[in-house]
Design a protein around this ligand. Structure first.
Ligand SMILES: [Cu+2]
Length: 190
């Protein structure tokens, strides 16, 4: 009986809707800190599916990668660090010794700057493990100004970072401040 109850619990846990272990929505921000859309990450067979809906990009191709730290400090987003590369490979989907775990195919924005695309991170996972996007505090999804050539080191010559989104374990904790910490301190001192 106990085993049966545990199986039910596991199934219930696996079926929860948004931002659970198998799916999360990443908010993407441009270099002025304006939200430009979302990337929905879903655990899929053989990787993580990335569904992007964005606006306000320059028309044309853009490099996009998962970078190693969940820090999107505008305007240059350098705080996100290098590409996520836990297996020590070279950058580029066309590189013979590639690719980084965080490497993705180029995104294309239409003439109005819109993106509606579905990409795949073929080796990554949202679950535990060496190839998890949520190891440590998490990672960041970065879009670049130009096209990723698929071979140049370290970033495919894709230019400046123009948008960033946090793939973080507790993204809600950082954005919500339910109590005013100043008030709390004053209360404590009395
Ligand atoms: Cu990048």
């Amino acid at each position: 009986m106990r085993v049966f109850a545990m199986i039910v619990l596991i199934i219930l846990t696996a079926c929860q809707a948004d931002n659970d272990e198998t799916s999360r929505t990443v908010e993407m921000y441009n270099d002025s800190d304006d939200m430009i859309g979302t990337a929905k990450l879903t655990e899929a067979e053989g990787g993580v599916n990335v569904k992007l809906k964005l606006e306000g990009l320059e028309p044309g191709y853009h490099g996009i990668h998962v970078h190693e730290y969940p820090k999107c400090d505008a305007p240059d987003f350098k705080t996100a660090g290098n590409h996520l590369n836990p297996t020590g490979k070279q950058h580029g989907l066309m590189h013979p010794e590639g690719a980084h775990l965080g490497d993705l195919p180029n995104l294309e924005a239409d003439s109005g700057g819109l993106v509606d695309a579905e990409l795949m991170l073929p080796e990554a996972t949202l679950l535990d493990g060496k190839k998890s996007l949520l190891n440590g505090e998490g990672t960041a999804l970065i879009i670049h100004e130009g096209q990723d050539d698929g071979v140049s080191q370290p970033g495919g010559n894709s230019g400046a970072r123009v948008a960033c989104g946090l793939i973080a374990k507790d993204e809600k904790k950082t954005s919500e401040t339910p109590t005013d910490p100043t008030n709390f301190n004053e209360e404590q001192e009395k």
